[in-house]
Design a protein around this ligand. Structure first.
Ligand SMILES: Cc1cc2nc3c(=O)[nH]c(=O)nc-3n(C[C@H](O)[C@H](O)[C@H](O)COP(=O)(O)OP(=O)(O)OC[C@H]3O[C@@H](n4cnc5c(N)ncnc54)[C@H](O)[C@@H]3O)c2cc1C
Length: 306
């Protein structure tokens, strides 16, 4: 019951101001967010790289409301990629972008603006020896995001996609994207979606995940298993063997600060593992989605709040 309430709260500006300003929030947020600044993010990249874990970096922000904010997001990514290139971290660190932070939802020309911004980031990523993955947001944005992906892939075929197994449409999208060279991160999905478009039952979401994973593992692309779920991780390993994929023909991805021991265990046993590192000041929406996923996180948060 709490999950949907928290996911609604994740979009409330009033709560955003309240929670973001509360000093006690910080230590809880630090568990999920690498810090507010670029040096904080780079320190996290170096620490994980030393343990054989690759990363994808997310400069926090979403649902922006002006073209100036879209430009600021793009510039933050360009500075990040410049820093990764300077430290030669490109081969270990890619970037994840949310198109809503690039202006996708702006009423006039939003999608074109987001495409332009993402194209500049893809160009800088290639120069740094790395790649971009387009995060997937709520269901109203899926067609637009896949459209931007298709445009970007004309010039930058290495651009990664994200598919969410809770959406009814995703098996079809998985089939369309399971082609040679196509990098696809499969996740369960983190937004509050209506029953008209998405499975509501967790077991259904898991079953759909396995169906989509089978399609991606059987196809010619590069599956990225974005989940902490032990059962799905085991199934992914079995499917990889069945389809003759070796470690390096697919990868596991987990969020910064979640199931860290498992991230290390997989990396130590020879798997390719990538941690998703969020950083920046606009952590509220990301943080609330992590609370919604696990009631124990909320208890921890409320205890420190009280
Ligand atoms: C690398 C990566 C990128 C992602 N990108 C997107 C995206 O672009 N779009 C999108 O909609 N969603 C994205 N997600 C989030 C995803 O959709 C899920 O909401 C999230 O991963 C939880 O689902 P799960 O597969 O881990 O399974 P769950 O069944 O939720 O969790 C399985 C187990 O993992 C642990 N766990 C899971 N979440 C937490 C948490 N918050 N705190 C502590 N423990 C936890 C618990 O031990 C839990 O029992 C991403 C997830 C990952 C890992």
């Amino acid at each position: 019951m709490l999950g949907p309430v928290l996911l609604t709260a994740a979009r409330s500006d009033r709560l955003r101001r309240l929670v973001s300003a509360a000093p006690v929030t910080r230590p809880v947020v630090d568990r999920f967010v690498a810090g507010e600044t670029l040096p904080d993010a780079l320190a996290a990249v170096r620490a994980l790289a030393a343990d054989g874990i690759e990363v994808t970096l997310d400069h926090l922000g979403e649902d922006i409301t002006s073209a100036a904010q879209a430009t600021a997001t793009r510039d933050a990514y360009l500075r990040l990629l410049e820093a990764l290139a300077a430290e030669r971290l490109g081969p270990r660190a890619e970037v994840s972008v949310k198109l809503s932070a690039f202006g996708q939802a702006l009423p006039t020309g939003g999608e074109e603006l987001a495409l332009e911004g993402a194209r500049r980031v893809a160009e800088a990523a290639r120069a740094a020896g790395t790649t971009v993955t387009l995060d997937m947001e709520d269901h109203t944005t899926v067609d637009s995001t896949l459209g931007v992906l298709a445009e970007l892939r004309r010039e930058y075929p290495e651009t990664g996609a994200v598919l969410q197994s809770y959406l009814f449409r995703t098996e079809d999208d998985a089939r369309a994207l399971a082609t040679g060279g196509s990098r696809v991160r499969l996740v369960k999905g983190a937004y509050k979606e209506p029953a008209s478009v998405a499975h509501q039952d967790k077991a259904e979401v898991d079953r759909a995940y396995v169906r989509c994973l089978k399609i991606l593992m059987a196809g010619g692309g590069y599956p990225m298993i974005g989940s902490h779920d032990p059962r799905l991780i085991t199934i992914a390993q079995e499917l990889a063997v069945r389809h003759g994929r070796k470690p390096g023909d697919y990868e596991f991805q987990m969020l910064y600060g979640i199931r860290v021991d498992e991230q290390h265990r997989l990396a130590e046993s020879g798997h390719r593992v990538r941690a998703y590192i969020p950083y920046g000041g606009d952590w509220y929406g990301y943080f609330m989605r992590r609370l919604a996923e696990r009631p124990a996180n909320l208890t921890f948060f409320l205890r420190s709040f009280v």
